[in-house]
Design a protein around this ligand. Structure first.
Ligand SMILES: Cc1cc2nc3c(=O)[nH]c(=O)nc-3n(C[C@H](O)[C@H](O)[C@H](O)COP(=O)(O)OP(=O)(O)OC[C@H]3O[C@@H](n4cnc5c(N)ncnc54)[C@H](O)[C@@H]3O)c2cc1C
Length: 396
């Protein structure tokens, strides 16, 4: 009888895991994906949606179209609870039994932890979902029409820094193109202890690199700082100072999502072993942002380790390999270290960043600036969207 593999989440982690399990096991498994969103959204290009270089339709693929062609079931719904003993996940309208479960539900954006934060009930914007990026685009257009101070960066406990560096450089570039940079003071506000830390203790010369780039572009940095509250026109910092803004784009604190948090640590992230298996429940796997990952050294203002798309795909492939090994009674494969590869658009130029492994000490750290980077990023976007559209799960 075929085994039931249930996957929660329809993004890089969930779709890669589902496609790869099916590719490896074919008719031996019945794979179902449950996802709160019914579209796959190519999140790395959302900064380009804010600047108007991309439209939403170009970054979006219906999940059912990806999965149906590969004989994988799709349920558009939100996992509300997991019962690891009964091996069952419940959504608002149905229950789903599993033999193996993969959790790839990404982050809960915990705006509620900071009064006044967030695009839904607060005064700040962010770019973690298509909806949020669209609102950010509208707010950016308003700023262009009526210029004033721009603040961007990350709050305490955020674990995603790259996109906000990217936005700082891109928006600076857009303002200069319009000859209005002098009307918009830019401040990069962050919980990182220094510029270029990025939640991974820096990467090669990233500290000096970012400090020089910020100085060259006249972007003010406020580092090692938490946010206490946000008022309609100013951010109250934990050191009692405040920052005025007309537009603020801030990454909120991250937590695990509600439906899976009960299986996780105190922030709701899932602690896994070297096979990406839950430490207490061997038939539950977790990949991507849902995974608990401790920084090498805690930072004075708490920051989280980022889990990038590239890392997420590596984790999902490992989890799929190990599910297949378990079903085939073969040896699982431990993942000791994971690496990152990022292309950061800086408006007219960019930087390639590669860290292997993710956290120091490292075998390899590469940071290379060049005008070719935005082109390479656009090429990678096209390739990865093509791959997802065709249900291909392997990394090159
Ligand atoms: C603006 C931006 C730019 C980025 N740029 C880069 C980059 O250049 N390079 C890079 O490598 N990475 C980049 N990343 C990071 C990358 O996008 C993430 O690492 C990746 O999306 C993580 O994938 P995931 O599957 O773990 O989670 P997510 O992408 O967050 O997806 C979570 C999925 O789970 C679903 N879900 C949530 N809750 C539930 C529930 N209860 N039940 C069912 N489904 C649920 C959601 O609908 C979604 O489908 C960027 C991220 C952002 C936001």
């Amino acid at each position: 009888m075929s085994k039931k593999v249930l996957v929660l989440g329809g993004s890089f982690g969930g779709l890669t895991a589902a496609l790869e399990v099916k590719r490896r096991l074919g008719a031996k498994v019945e794979v179902t994906v449950i996802s709160k969103d019914d579209n796959f959204v190519f999140l790395p290009s959302l900064p380009w949606l804010v600047t108007g270089q991309r439209q939403a339709a170009a970054l979006t693929i219906p999940i059912s179209a990806i999965l149906t062609a590969r004989h994988i079931h799709f349920v558009h719904g939100t996992a509300m609870a997991i019962d690891p003993t009964a091996q069952r996940v419940t959504t608002a309208s149905s229950g789903h039994d599993y033999d193996y479960l993969v959790i790839a539900t990404g982050p809960h954006l915990a705006c509620e932890e900071i009064p006044g934060l967030g695009p839904d009930q607060g005064h700040t914007h962010c770019i973690f979902t298509l909806g949020h990026a669209r609102k950010s685009r509208e707010a950016w257009q308003k700023l262009l029409a009526s210029p004033g101070p721009l603040v961007l960066g990350s709050t305490q406990k955020a674990s995603c820094f790259g996109p906000y560096y990217e936005l700082a450089f891109e928006l600076d570039h857009q303002l200069r193109k319009r000859r209005m940079r002098h009307k918009v003071p830019i401040t990069y506000l962050t919980s990182e202890p220094y510029l270029g830390h990025m939640g991974i203790d820096g990467l090669g010369t990233s500290r000096r690199f970012m400090e020089d780039e910020f100085a060259r572009r006249d972007i003010k940095a406020v580092v090692n700082q938490g946010v206490q509250a946000v008022e309609p026109d100013k951010i109250q910092l934990t050191d009692q100072n405040s920052l005025p803004f007309q537009l603020a784009l801030l990454a909120p604190p991250f937590k695990g999502v509600d439906g899976v948090a009960a299986l996780g640590n105190d922030r709701g992230f899932i602690t896994v072993d070297e096979y990406y298996r839950h430490r207490q429940h061997a038939n539950i796997y977790a990949v991507g942002v849902a995974v608990a990952m401790a920084p090498r050294q805690p930072t004075p203002v708490p920051t989280g380790v980022p889990k990038t798309g590239y890392m997420t795909v590596q984790m999902a492939q490992s989890a799929a390999f190990n599910i297949a090994a378990d079903i085939n009674n073969s040896e699982p494969l431990a993942t000791e270290d994971i690496s990152i590869l990022c292309l950061l658009d800086m408006g007219g130029t960019g930087t390639l960043m590669h860290a292997d492994p993710l956290l120091p000490p490292r075998q390899k750290s590469v940071l290379r600036k060049g005008r070719w980077v935005p082109w390479a990023k656009a090429g990678l976007e096209r390739y990865l969207l093509w791959k997802m559209r065709h249900g291909l799960s392997r990394l090159p």
